[in-house]
Write a protein that binds this ligand. Structure first.
Ligand SMILES: [Zn+2]
Length: 91
């Protein structure tokens, strides 16, 4: 017998966005419901997360959060549930 464990995450499980600075390891967390914009720099060491004029990154992150909110609203009203399969907990 083979036993398989599959892990799924529903978008409603996503409550916050986390940004880790690659330089100083500072973690910045934003609640999804309150998220407006991704920080341009690390609030601790001021490492640039993306170029000041890079509107693509800023726009993509906004659209990502917008999509999470929209899919959540659809699943609340619709006759389906939506989830994403993950690679599961690391061992
Ligand atoms: Zn930093």
């Amino acid at each position: 017998m083979t036993v398989q464990t599959k892990c799924f995450i529903e978008l409603s499980d996503i409550v916050a966005l986390r940004f880790d600075c690659k330089k100083c390891k500072t973690i910045t967390i934003f609640p999804v419901e309150e998220f407006r914009d991704m920080p341009h720099i690390c609030p601790n060491c001021e490492q640039e997360f993306y170029g000041f004029h890079d509107n693509v990154t800023k726009h993509t992150m906004r659209e990502f959060v917008k999509a999470i909110r929209a899919v959540n609203a659809m699943t609340e009203k619709g006759g389906f549930l939506f989830s994403l399969q993950t690679s599961g907990p690391s061992t």
